[in-house]
Write a protein that binds this ligand. Structure first.
Ligand SMILES: Cc1cc2nc3c(=O)[nH]c(=O)nc-3n(C[C@H](O)[C@H](O)[C@H](O)COP(=O)(O)O)c2cc1C
Length: 174
């Protein structure tokens, strides 16, 4: 897909069809994320692919109520980052996530970023720690976010330039 079209058609998708995603597609998406730029090229970000229905159900409780659609995801890509490698680990994780969102759209899948750091889930548990416990993530990592993935069961309209608030653009100084 043309890049300008891709960045306009990528939208958060929060309803998915009950269709399995081929491993090949999942790998392509994660490969895009692992090619993202990282601070000092230290590559602090890593990705855990989750397709097991039972685990997805548990991950859906990482955030309270509002993220119930996570349960319908065919796969979840959990983006973790080694906070001992660099102070810019959140930025590294974010870049990895962004490229995976774009690749997912490019391959015809829907996706949604679910924030974990600084959020709470079931029983008021810290979302990051809750996910780390489920997935056996070592203590030096944070589970920064997860990406719900699936074949789209909703079709948000693509952005056009009229959606861009040009007041956010500054030239030379604020
Ligand atoms: C840092 C960040 C955190 C987000 N966290 C969530 C989240 O926890 N749950 C959710 O449904 N969407 C989340 N989103 C998706 C945003 O709500 C969404 O990108 C925004 O509303 C714009 O919509 P669009 O993605 O369709 O352009 C997050 C996005 C970002 C960049």
């Amino acid at each position: 897909m043309d890049f300008n079209e891709l960045i306009r058609t990528r939208r958060s998708v929060r309803k998915y069809k009950d269709i399995k995603i081929d491993d090949e597609l999942l790998n392509e998406i994660v490969k895009a994320g692992l090619l993202a730029p990282t601070s000092k090229n230290l590559k602090s970000s890593e990705v855990i692919i989750v397709t097991d229905k039972g685990t997805i159900k548990k991950l859906a409780k990482a955030r309270i109520n509002s993220q119930a659609f996570t349960e319908t995801a065919a796969a979840i890509l959990v983006v973790i980052a080694d906070k001992e490698k660099t102070s810019a680990y959140i930025e590294d994780a974010s870049n990895t996530a962004m490229l995976m969102l774009l690749e997912a759209e490019n391959l015809g899948l829907g996706a949604c970023w679910i924030q974990l750091l600084g959020r709470t889930g079931i029983n008021d548990l810290d979302s990051n720690q809750y996910v780390k416990d489920i997935l056996n993530v070592p203590t030096n990592y944070d589970a920064v976010l997860m990406i719900d993935l699936g074949y789209k069961d909703m079709d948000p309209r693509a952005y056009t330039d009229s959606d861009i608030n040009m007041e956010r653009l500054h030239r030379e100084e604020f």
